[in-house]
Design a protein around this ligand. Structure first.
Ligand code: NAD
Ligand code: TYD
Length: 342
């Protein structure tokens, strides 16, 4: 029986992972450990609680709080930690990096140390393609590439990766790391580009495309990412890092075209605005290593975008209350004074 400790399990990818693991592995149980920041929401787990309540436990706590983490690991007899907990939005990291360094660097260290003290628990670190920085020419990032993060978010995540690797090398903690491309799908907080643009378009508001919109991203479906993480947990080699994505890329403008077409909304909603500071032009990863474990993505970019659009159309109950709360202040701060260009 796998007893998983899923930090950040009330966030976007975490809740999809918990849902997937409880469905896929009837023998496994999950403790979600989450601080419930603006991005963590109990609503994300309502259906999971209803279906799998006896195998799901929730602890509200901060990964930076060593005593609370150690206490929860002991109380539930955990054997595996999967760390999703993080501050995750690049634009917020530009406005205020502090919480990113606390959670993504120091919090990762606290979890690693707790795993070591508890008798070298299995530890999996969830990371991102952003740690490689922006990629030139037609290169695809390999797991062995040097990290070259460029935003406070990416730099904090790179710090977490280095610390996780150091715990394997120094203490023999059984660590694996996965680096995911941009995820899209159900329950993504509408500050990230795809849910932001869908929910703006549904209200006939402009879609603020940064700069020329020709930045390249690999928009993978969150379920493919969750399956990939499970494959690394079951079959990954200890001490190794695995990229997870489709290995393909598209421009933000191409993504917007599909999104608007699926909604039946006009291109005139596109508004080019002043670019993000230090905006990474291109991410793209080589994913051969995870594919060699027997994983492959099941969604194309287009299918992932269309499925995501439909989920937001059908689930207003989830995002309408979010958009009317704290989100309004954030939106004003980030976009209120932003220059329209072009
Ligand atoms: P999210 O912002 O939706 O959720 C983050 C979760 O972590 C929330 O539930 C939040 O309450 C919790 N959290 C934050 N600080 C915490 C703390 N100090 N203690 C405990 N819990 C805390 O993020 P997401 O998009 O689901 O990302 C999850 C992980 O995947 C992150 O590590 C992120 O870096 C990584 N990742 C995300 C993407 C993406 O496209 N979203 C891509 C690759 C990797
Ligand atoms: P985002 O979802 O913030 O993910 P990341 O920056 O981590 O890749 O943004 C995805 C892409 O969309 C990125 O190139 C920035 C761009 N973008 C916009 O053009 N406008 C926006 O309002 C946002 C939030 C992002």
């Amino acid at each position: 029986m796998q007893k998983l400790f899923v930090t950040g399990g009330a966030g976007f990818i975490g809740c999809n992972f918990v849902r997937y693991m409880l469905e896929r592995h009837p023998e496994c149980s999950v403790v979600v450990y989450d601080k419930l920041t603006y991005a963590g929401r109990m609503e994300n787990l309502l259906d999971v609680q209803a279906r799998h309540g006896s195998r799901l436990h929730f602890v509200r706590g901060d990964i930076c709080d060593a005593a609370a983490v150690e206490g929860a690991l002991r109380e539930y007899g955990v054997d595996t930690i999967v760390n999703f907990a993080a501050e995750t939005h690049v634009d917020r990291s530009i406005l205020n990096p502090d919480a990113f360094i606390q959670t993504d660097v120091y919090g990762t260290y606290v979890l690693l140390e707790a795993a070591r003290k508890a008798g070298n628990l299995r530890y999996h670190q969830i990371s991102t393609d952003e740690v490689y920085g922006h990629i030139h020419g037609d290169h695809r990032s390999m797991e062995s590439d040097n990290l070259a993060p460029r935003s406070p978010y990416a730099a904090s995540k790179a710090g977490g990766d280095h610390m996780a690797a150091a715990y394997w090398i120094t203490y023999g903690l059984p660590v694996t790391i996965s680096r995911g491309a941009n995820n899209i799908g159900p329950f993504q907080y509408p500050e990230k580009v795809v849910p932001l643009f869908v929910t703006n378009a549904l209200a006939d508001l402009a879609l603020p495309v940064y700069g020329d919109g020709r930045q390249m991203r690999d928009y993978q479906h969150v379920l493919d990412h969750c399956v990939g993480i499970d494959v690394v947990l079951q079959r990954g080699e200890i001490g190794q890092t695995y990229n997870i994505g489709t290995g393909r890329e598209m421009t933000n403008l191409e993504m917007v075209e599909i999104l608007l077409e699926e909604l039946g909304k006009p291109r005139s909603l596109i508004q080019h605005v002043e670019d993000r500071q230090g905006h990474d032009r291109r991410y793209c990863m080589n994913v051969d290593k995870v594919m060699a474990l027997g994983w492959e993505p099941s969604y194309t970019h287009e299918a992932a975008i269309r499925a995501t659009v439909r989920w937001y159309v059908d689930n207003r109950w989830w995002w309408e209350p979010i958009r009317s709360g704290e989100f309004q202040d954030y939106y004003q701060r980030l976009y209120g004074q932003r220059k329209v260009i072009g």
